[in-house]
Design a protein around this ligand. Sequence first.
Ligand code: NDP
Length: 245
Amino acid sequence: MVKVIVSGHSRGLGEAVAAALLLRGARVLGLARNRNARLAARFPDTFSEVALDLADADALPRWLETGRLGAWIDGAEQAVLVNNAGTISPMGPPALQDPNEVARALALNVAAPLMLAAAFCAAAASVTDRRILHVSSGAARKPYPGWSVYCASKAALDHHARAVAEDKVAGLRICSLAPGVLDTEMQATIRATSLERFPLRERFAEMQRAGGLVPVDDCARRLTDYLLGDAFGTAPTADLRDLPG
Ligand code: NDP
């Protein structure tokens, strides 16, 4: 049995990845602030969810202490963690960033995935096939004006994956994967941002007008093929746009 934890399953890429995995027969536990009634209705027997603010520095440790993660993984033949939840905010040069928002972004984009990875590896120690996917971004590898917090947070995920790969833990594969530019609320937030905070806004608006944003279901299908396939984790960082298929 394949058991998966997906953060940020309430909408966007996380919802699409959760649905793609559920359609393949996996059991999925979603973690986000909002519940997903669509997944609950479609997959009443194999989908569970927990309402959790992953940017709350107290809430995640409290939830981990409940032992629910270990109870969820119990009995799995393959255990998978998809660290998908993330935020693009705050955008803007440092002087325009609210320091509290910076802290929340790093808690969500960096601390939560690394904490979940640690708890997952401990809880799934006896599962022979364990996989961790960090949802990264092209912004981890290329700097963008106005996105310094986001770029730094995604670069942290990439380097975490590289270092964990060096641990060479038997049965553990990890990859920090850039998914491409997706048609989600995050892109709508980017298009609604002032030019002062994000000077390249029009490039992304034009991409949307030209039909250049990837539908999340298409991305999720390819991402899931890679995640469950033999090649997963061959390299600790990857870009879905460069992978075959
Ligand atoms: P969305 O903004 O559409 O969805 C974000 C998801 O993260 C939601 O399910 C949301 O759930 C969850 N989330 C946000 N804040 C919290 C929180 N405090 N606690 C728990 N969950 C939270 O984003 P996308 O689907 O576009 O992005 C998904 C991932 O893909 C992100 O990591 C993003 O950086 C990455 N990515 C996206 C790209 C794009 O073009 N869209 C490009 C490259 C990477 P809720 O609000 O219910 O908590």
